[in-house]
Write a protein that binds this ligand. Structure first.
Ligand SMILES: [Ca+2]
Length: 83
C-alpha cells in the first residue's frame, strides 16, 4: 500500500493529481507488465476519462485507486489461469 502511494506521488507532483501525460508515464513505466503499453492517444483518452470520476481533467488518488483495483483484479484472474 505504501509503495502504491509512493508511486502515485512520484508522478503526481505536489498537487497530488495526475494529468494525462503523468498517467501515461505511470502506466507505461510502472504497470507495463499488466496494462498494455499506452502508446496511442485514443487509448489514453479512454482510460483517462473512465478514471476521471469528477471530470476535473486530473486523476486524484481515489480515482487512481480504481485503476489499481482493476489491474489487481485482472492479475488475480491471470493468476488462476496460469495454475
Ligand atoms: Ca478527477
Amino acid at each position: 500500500m505504501v509503495n502504491i502511494i509512493r508511486v502515485f506521488h512520484s508522478y503526481s507532483g505536489e498537487n497530488c493529481k495526475l494529468k494525462k501525460k503523468d498517467l501515461k508515464e505511470l502506466i507505461n513505466s510502472q504497470m507495463s507488465s499488466f496494462v498494455k503499453q499506452v502508446q496511442d492517444t485514443h487509448t489514453l483518452d479512454v482510460i483517462f476519462s473512465d478514471l476521471d470520476a469528477n471530470y476535473d481533467r486530473e486523476i486524484d488518488f481515489s480515482e487512481f485507486a480504481a485503476l489499481v483495483a482493476m489491474v489487481t483484479s485482472a492479475c488475480h484472474v491471470s493468476f488462476h489461469e496460469m495454475q
